[in-house]
Design a protein around this ligand. Sequence first.
Ligand code: ACO
Length: 378
Amino acid sequence: MSLCEFKPGLEGIPAAESSISYVDGQQGILEYRGIRIEELAEKSTFLETSYLLIWGKLPNQQELAEFEHEVRYHRRIKYRIRDMMKSFPESGHPMDALQASAAALGLFYSRRDLDNPIYIRDAVVRLLATIPTMVAAFQLMRKGNDPVRPRDDLDYAANFLYMLSEKEPDPLSARILDVCLTLHAEHTMNASTFSARVTASTLTDPYAVVASAVGTLGGTLHGGANEEVIGMLEEIGSVENVRPYLDERLQRKAKIMGFGHRVYKVKDPRATILQNLVEQLFEKFGHDKYYDIALEMEQVVSEKLGHKGIYPNVDFYSGLVYGKLGIPTDLFTPIFAIARVAGWLAHWKEQLAENRIFRPSQVYKGLHKEAYIPIEQR
Ligand code: ACO
């Protein structure tokens, strides 16, 4: 490949050297810092995994206890941020509310001391601790209620579910959400991570880094796909309608949401883990026809598109899990963001360690030597 060859979407072009996560798209392998995602989903927690991603090693007992303690006691958001969020329109998308709120943190913590490990640690803790609080606060405030104070005695995922519903969740629901966060915490050089690294490379503050990544995650081709999946399952409505629905969409070359991936050409390993969680949830809280529709879709899509390497991605089953946990559909992508903050922060730190500002080139295809036409002659 010549250096000047243009690749739409930068497909296959390395944008960084990284040791945070690894994907083998042919074999369906995902590792965080060399550890398989299946093992982390089973044995770790979201906060321990965040530590692993950000500091590059599993914490020992004391390190984990201190980290968990710090995150737990930084969950409250400033009254002024809460008041600012109160003035957001109720009809606004929670991802937009989250992007604005994350950026606003930078106004309150504007000291930019990027060479200081204490500053880095404070920013990591503050972002991991307050992003769930901000998501939950907007959810309650848009319904006209006051936000619920975080509970220091609850673990990370349990506290988030509590802040959404004011009810202490059962341990299975909290554990399943925690696993979902682990599964979504990091995924190599995707669009939002690239966005985070570009922003980080200018040496701006970490709140701007996360805010720019949240904005990028919101699109339907990236994090927003899980919302679309639920809409699609509802539209299909029954197992019998799956085949005609897919035939009609594929005929007009429309994409099937929750399927396909730039890197995975087999089933996304996170989709397999999530499918197992869906089954556990449905066993405990009752069956749901949408799961049957989803299974049929997986079968028919693999029959029709398997030759192109199109299989379920992480978004296909995550929506079913969140729906069963009683989470409103438009919070699915903000929950993805809560998880991915860990990965973005790991990339922020890695970018700072060997920084060079991103400044790619372009292939200019416009005009030259054009005359300026006075407005009255146009
Ligand atoms: N449904 C139907 N056909 C598909 C799908 C799909 N979901 N995804 C890819 N294809 C087909 C394309 O039409 C194309 O066919 P062709 O070669 O005959 O033209 C071929 O597979 C290659 O597809 P591309 O669009 O070139 O693949 P790309 O790597 O650019 O796209 C993407 C990846 C954007 C994820 C795509 O699969 C898609 O739009 N999926 C649906 C949206 C989605 O689920 N996004 C979430 C991704 S996971 C995440 O971001 C966390």
